[in-house]
Design a protein around this ligand. Sequence first.
Ligand SMILES: [Zn+2]
Length: 576
Amino acid sequence: MNHAKPSLAWCLGLIFAAASAGAQQPASEAADLILEHGAIRVDGGWVEALAIRQGVIIAVGDQASVRVHRGAATRIVDLAGATVVPGLHDMHVHPISAGLQQAECRFAQGTAGAQVLAAVKACVATRSRGEWVTGGQWDAASFGPQGMQLRQLDAVSPDNPVVLTDISYHSVWANSQALRLARIDRRTTNPPGGVIERDARGEPTGVLRESAAGLVRALLPLPTAAQNQQALRWSMDAMLRQGITSFTDALVDEEGLRAYAALADAGQLHQRVRACQIWRQSPRPVADSAAGFAVQRNLWARPRFQPDCVKIALDGVPTDSHTGAMLEPYVDTDGHGDERARGMLMVPAENLGAAVSAFDAAGLVVKMHAAGDGAVRAGLDAIAATRAANGDSGLRHDIAHNSFADQADLRRAKGLSATLEMSPYIWFPNPIIPDVVKAVGPERMLRWTPVRDAIDAGALVVPGSDWSVVPSVNPWLALETLVTRQRPGGGGEVLGASQRISLEQAFDLFTVNAARQMGNQGRTGRIARGMLADLLVLDRNPFRIPVTEVHLTQVRAVVIEGVLVRGELKGVGSQD
Ligand SMILES: [Zn+2]
C-alpha cells in the first residue's frame, strides 16, 4: 500500500469527485421502501423510521431525516406505532424431523403410560400388517413405578414393528417385532456408545439408548426426497411465523443437504441457514471425513445456505438414561451399574481433539452436543487442542446445550474463542425436568443452564431451541423465561434463579450474538445503516409490557433482505 502524501492536484480531484457524487445522491439513494411512524429498535434506543434500498437499510432516524430518501417509486408504509425489531436467530433446530413427525404416531409430552399405549393401538389400526409404526415422545416417569414393560407394547402391536422416541430423542422404546428385525435379544452385547436396557432376567425391555437406538432406526424406511422437502417447507414456515429469519440445522445427512439445495434452487429458501453434517467415529481416517464434509459443503452451498458445520455428540442426556457425562456421579445410581455412575463420554479425548483439529483445518465449524458438565469440559479440551495445533483459525466452534457446566470451564470459553449455545426452551413446561432432578439431585439444578454465569465469564452465548426435541420453536417463550426462569406467564417454581438475565441480554442472544456465530456480524442481528433489512413487525412492544406477557408476542410481518416473506405490511403501496 502507498502511504505517500497525496499531491494538491490529486486532492482537488477528489473534492471534485465528491461534489459530483453529492449532486447525484438523491437519485442513487432513493429507497425502495420506507417504514415510518414506528417504534424501531436500534442500538441504544428507538427511532421512528427507516429506509431500505436493494435489501439494505440505508437510513434510520426520525421521519424528516428518513423521508429524504423518498423517490418517485418509493413505497411508504405507515407502521401506526407498531414495533420493529431485528429478525431472530435459532442456533439449534431439527426442521426436517420436525416436519416428518407430522405424519407419525404422536402423543403429547407427559402423556401417561396407559394413554401412550392407547394412542399406539389406534395408530396400528390404521396401518397395514407389518408396516412400521414410528412416533413419540414418551418419558419413563409417565409409566409409573412398574416401569415400561415390553409385553405392554407387544399387546397393542403384535404384528407391526413399533419404535417410539422419548422426550430427549436419545432413547427409543421398541416392541418385540422391531427387536426381532434388528436381531436384538438377550445375547446381544451393547454397541459402543449405546445401551440395551434389560430386565432382572437379562431380557431386553425394548428401551434402547444412544447408539443402540440406531440398531432399530437403521431399519426404518427412508423418506423420499419429496417428503423431505415438504417437511422442510412446513418447518421453515412454522419458524418464519415466529420471527426466525436465520437458523442452524444441528444435524443433516446428505438427503437433508439435497432438500435445502432443492428449495434454494426453487426460490423457496427464505431464511439464512447454516447446517451441520454429522460425524460419527469410524475406522475411517479423520482427514478423509474432513475432506468428505468439504466436498458436501461445496456441492450443496447456495445463497443463504451454508453447510459448513460438523456436529459431534459428546454425550447423551442427564436424565433417567444416565448418558450425560457428569463430573460428579448421578445421585440415583441404583440399577444402572458403576460403569454409568458418571454417564458416558462418546468420543475418547485424543480422537476428539484430532477430529476437531482436522475439521478446523478444513474450514468447518464444529458444534458439539454436551449436556453434562463432563462433556462440556471434554469439548473445551478439544477446542484447546485445536487452537494449540492450528492457531486461531477464526472459526468459532461451539458447545451445545451446556445444561450443566463448571464455573472454571465457563471461564475458559472466551480465551478459546469458543461459543456456548444454551437451550432456554427446556425448562417449562417440560416433563424432562423432574427426570433430570431425580438423576442429578436438587443442588446441581441451582445452576441449571448457567446462562448468567456464561455471560459474566465473557463467553459468546447463543440460543438454540433444539426443536422438535422440545415441542415449541417459539422464541418469545424463551425470551420471557430467560428472564423469569418460571413457566410462561409467571408463577410457580423458579428454576435456577441465580441464572436470570435481563430482557435486553436475552434479546442480544437471539440477535447480535447469534449473527456473530453465523458469521453474519455486520449483516444481520441489528437495525442500523448498512445492515441487511431482516426485520419483524410485532403486535406489541416486548420491552414495554410486563415480562410475563412476552411469550404472547405475535409476529405480524417478516421482512428478509427487504422482501416481505410473511404476513402483511399495512399501507404497502400507499404514498402517505
Ligand atoms: Zn439437537
